[in-house]
Design a protein around this ligand. Structure first.
Ligand SMILES: [Zn+2]
Length: 120
């Protein structure tokens, strides 16, 4: 890990351009923005499409946990006292709480493969 001189970001060594003088300790993105290198010279550069793709993959993996948390909070706030809808919502929430970790574990390999596919 090293710190970029320009943006102060901390990245692994393979995210830096090589060279001395102004190119010393400059990350891929700053190197491209400052015109020190072109995108062809930086094989490890995460371009915008790759970054968006990775965000999507990560968001899709963790969204069920977020919705589960929201569901429990809504249930505790609004449904805990109502007999019929409270029990129905509780049943759905308990099933989701059991099901989501299982699905999360089963999709782990697919998630890793997607991230690897989206790594330059
Ligand atoms: Zn930088």
């Amino acid at each position: 890990m090293a710190t970029c001189r320009i943006c102060r970001g901390v990245y692994p060594q393979d995210q830096f351009i090589s060279g001395n003088g102004p190119r010393y300790l400059v990350c891929n993105r700053c190197g491209i923005e400052q015109g020190y290198v072109s995108t062809d010279e930086t094989p490890t550069f995460y371009d915008d499409a790759t970054v968006r793709g990775r965000y999507t993959v990560v968001a899709r993996r963790y969204a069920p946990w977020f919705w589960l948390l929201i569901g429990w909070m809504l249930w505790a706030l609004f449904f805990v006292g109502t007999p019929l809808w409270g029990n129905a919502a509780l049943a759905v929430l308990i099933l989701s709480t059991i099901g989501i970790p299982v699905i999360h574990l089963l999709n782990g390999a697919k998630f890793q493969a997607n991230l690897r596919r989206l790594s330059p």
